[in-house]
Design a protein around this ligand. Structure first.
Ligand code: GDP
Length: 185
């Protein structure tokens, strides 16, 4: 975990999302140790946020992937609230080797729904560490079923092997574009 600083002052809570110079802020949520930093890490770091430029369907998009989610600390719930407010898209990560992180993912989904009630924001549920087959505690079917309940997309990844990591962020871009297109007249 790292501090929630505002890179180049562009996404502080005072500046509205639309005036941001970043195209999209993608916030990673999930228990400590599930692999959030590892998933974000293939990118250029800017203060616990990672720029990732992807070419998806012939169009380039830059994501600012934010790895600022931290365990709850007394008197610091504003930090978490800030994370829940600032994202244009969310990636909820659990580890397939840690059932309690899977249970936390459900709680995070509920927090997010509460924080952003009327909004239709893209959410992707990610079961990370898919390379650790022998330590698996959460089946792929359970992950999929959970995503149906969450009304979100689902993918299993391995940050260690970089398996499905590009696919994950491409999926985020597609979800963001679908909503953007839906809003245009
Ligand atoms: P965070 O606390 O959610 O940011 O988790 P980290 O990215 O710091 O990862 C926690 C630990 O899990 C580190 O030791 C990583 O090397 C390891 N890790 C992360 N992703 C994977 C993965 O896909 N496979 C394996 N085998 N280990 C991983």
């Amino acid at each position: 975990g790292a501090r929630a600083l505002a890179p180049r002052g562009s996404w502080s809570s005072e500046s509205s999302a639309s005036s941001s110079c970043w195209e999209h802020r993608v916030v990673l949520l999930g228990d400590p140790g599930v692999g959030k930093t590892s998933l974000a890490n293939a990118n250029t770091e800017v203060e616990a946020a990672y720029e990732r430029t992807l070419l998806v369907d012939g169009e380039e998009t830059t994501l600012l992937v934010m790895d600022t989610w931290e365990p709850e600390r007394k008197g610091e719930s504003w930090r978490r609230n800030q994370c829940l407010q600032m994202g244009n898209a969310y990636v909820i990560v659990y580890s397939i080797t840690d059932r309690s992180s899977f249970e936390s993912a459900s709680e995070l989904r509920i927090h997010l729904r509460r924080a952003r009630q009327a909004e239709d924001i893209p959410i992707i549920l990610v079961g990370n560490k898919s390379d650790l087959v022998r330590c698996r505690e959460v089946s792929i079917e359970e992950g999929r079923a959970c995503a149906v309940v969450f009304d979100c997309k689902f993918i299993e990844t391995s940050a260690a092997l970089q398996h499905n990591v590009d696919e994950l962020f491409e999926g985020v871009v597609r979800q963001l574009r679908l909503r953007r297109e839906g809003k245009e007249p």
